[in-house]
Design a protein around this ligand. Sequence first.
Ligand SMILES: Nc1ncnc2c1ncn2[C@@H]1O[C@H](COP(=O)(O)OP(=O)(O)OP(=O)(O)O)[C@@H](O)[C@H]1O
Ligand SMILES: [Mg+2]
Length: 138
Amino acid sequence: MTGLLDAQEVSVRYGSLAALDGVDLRIHDGQRHALIGPNGAGKTTLLNVLGGSTKPQRGTVRFDGRDIGRLGPAARARRGINRIHQRPAVFPTLTATENVVVAALPRVIPRRRWWPGGRRRTAEHLAGPLLDQMGLTA
Ligand SMILES: Nc1ncnc2c1ncn2[C@@H]1O[C@H](COP(=O)(O)OP(=O)(O)OP(=O)(O)O)[C@@H](O)[C@H]1O
Ligand SMILES: [Mg+2]
């Protein structure tokens, strides 16, 4: 069975150093995964490959059945793959909800041309439960 996110045989080399060597990862819809490993194991490199900021020399990344290997980070974000970085980078002038709404907007915009109540309201509906899940509502 294929996953929602499927990486197969992903390899990234930096000169003679193999940062990733034939990595397979399959994540099904609704699953939550953690990736652990020592410093230099290749965790960030793998996230960069999934997010589209690093192109692997070998291997494929499929999302929702489609090969997304040629898509950059912005196009992947519009499909629902968002990469966040180790150091949080928030918009300091926006509220917590607004920051999450900004992240949710790309998911709202491409799917339909028209949203009941508008895109912003829809994004707020997406953001609310997410903030709640993370214990950030207050
Ligand atoms: N741009 C780069 N150029 C050269 N080597 C790199 C580059 N990025 C990562 N590496 C090397 O690739 C290997 C994997 O690095 P990566 O940053 O993916 O590891 P990590 O698991 O995220 O480590 P950490 O726990 O320290 O964040 C390391 O040996 C690192 O030095
Ligand atoms: Mg890292």
